[in-house]
Ligand binder design. Structure first.
Ligand code: KG4
Ligand code: ZN
Length: 342
């Protein structure tokens, strides 16, 4: 993409429980990235408490933006455009970031770029640290597996900002399944990292949890496996035995990874993709990363762990391509909490 204009963006992300800001150049070179996590606030409730989240965003947004600019050694006068997540996400959280971005863009007299959070996750694969040798850019057609707490989708990307949604989850998202199963197993929130940790000590072959392959579609379903874990747990309870948490976590993780990996590879073959991209919070999962890295059929792009979960760098990357390709937003842009976005 050498023919796109150079630009430095300030990006803001407040769709859920992280207040984040970043400075990124030309959609790839990450100059600074600040993420203020609210994880400890919400852990107490076993999940994200929306009202608490939006109030915390209000407190954190200004210091987080200031920190991102300071770490990049720039001021707002050095920024060409402001990218912000407009959805999907929690309405009360989104509105904090969107209004901060509008105020900054208006004040500085620079364009505002509304970014879809899911598009942001996909573009996290374009990001590298400024000063490093740029890794190869993902090549189209690209098969993108997006696995987050709220979404699980297979998208065929034929060009920048051009997606064909092949399938998505019919019930729980993959991350949601990790979170719910963690709760069933008495593990702490957020469930993904807890299950991964418990699974390290476990036998992934002990329980044969169902793999919903939904043959003939590119859709997913994770509610059945969640129920299977619940029933298996009850059997142990009824027998007065301790839950074999590590083996259950490992067997659950293996089943989810099996389905995600298998369907993504099949879709890449079917749609003639050149490369595969895996993004979203669940792409931080070691077993999932390992599955993709152990195959040699397709080059695979998986962001580094810090860019898998919510951050503003990815919003800046997607925002750059939107900005450079002429998709600037109006100042009356509203939040769009639900998918699909226009
Ligand atoms: O992308 P993300 O940070 O937020 C959303 O946009 O939803 O994803 C959060 C999800 C949570 O469900 C969390 O449990 C899951 O990603 N997650 C993981 C891991 N780290 C985070 N799931 C499995 N293994 C992990 N290591
Ligand atoms: Zn996310």
């Amino acid at each position: 993409m050498t023919d796109l204009p150079p630009a430095r963006l300030l990006a803001i992300e407040t769709s859920c429980d992280e207040t984040a800001a970043a400075v990124i150049e030309d959609g790839r070179a990450l100059v600074s990235s600040v993420v203020a996590s609210q994880m400890e606030l919400h852990a107490h409730y076993g999940g994200v408490y929306p009202e608490v989240a939006s109030r915390q965003h209000v407190l954190s947004i200004v210091p987080v933006v200031e920190q991102a600019l300071a770490q990049a050694h720039i001021t707002l006068a050095d920024v060409d455009a402001i990218a912000v997540t407009r959805g999907p996400g929690l309405a009360g959280s989104l509105v904090v970031g969107v209004n901060a971005a509008k105020g900054l863009a208006l004040g500085a007299g620079i364009p505002l770029v509304g970014v879809n959070h899911l598009e942001g996750h996909i573009y996290s694969a374009w990001v590298y640290d400024a000063g490093e040798v740029p890794p190869p850019e993902p090549q189209f057609p690209l098969l993108a597996l997006l696995v987050s707490g709220g979404h699980t989708e297979l998208n065929l990307m034929t060009d920048h900002l051009t997606y064909k949604r092949l399938g998505s989850t019919l019930d729980d998202a993959a991350g949601e399944a990790f979170d719910k199963v963690a709760r069933l197993l008495g593990l702490s929130y957020p469930g993904g990292p807890s299950i991964q940790k418990a699974a390290e000590e476990g036998d992934p072959t002990r329980f044969k949890f169902p793999r919903a392959r939904l043959e003939g579609t590119w859709d997913f379903s994770f509610s059945g496996i969640k129920t299977a874990v619940l029933y298996e747990g009850r059997n142990f309870e009824k027998a007065g035995k301790h839950l074999p948490v590590a083996d259950m976590a490992a067997s659950f993780q293996a089943a989810v990874v099996d389905v995600l990996f298998g369907k993504t590879l099949a879709a890449a073959r079917e749609f003639g993709a050149k490369e595969i991209l895996v993004a979203g919070g669940v792409s931080a999962n070691r077993a999932l990363r390992q599955a993709f890295k152990s195959q040699t059929e397709f080059p695979v792009h998986i962001p580094r762990i810090a860019l898998c979960t919510d951050n503003a760098a990815m919003i800046g990357a997607a925002g750059y391509f939107r900005y450079a390709l002429g998709h600037v937003s109006e100042m009356d842009m509203d939040v769009q909490p639900t998918w699909p976005l226009s």
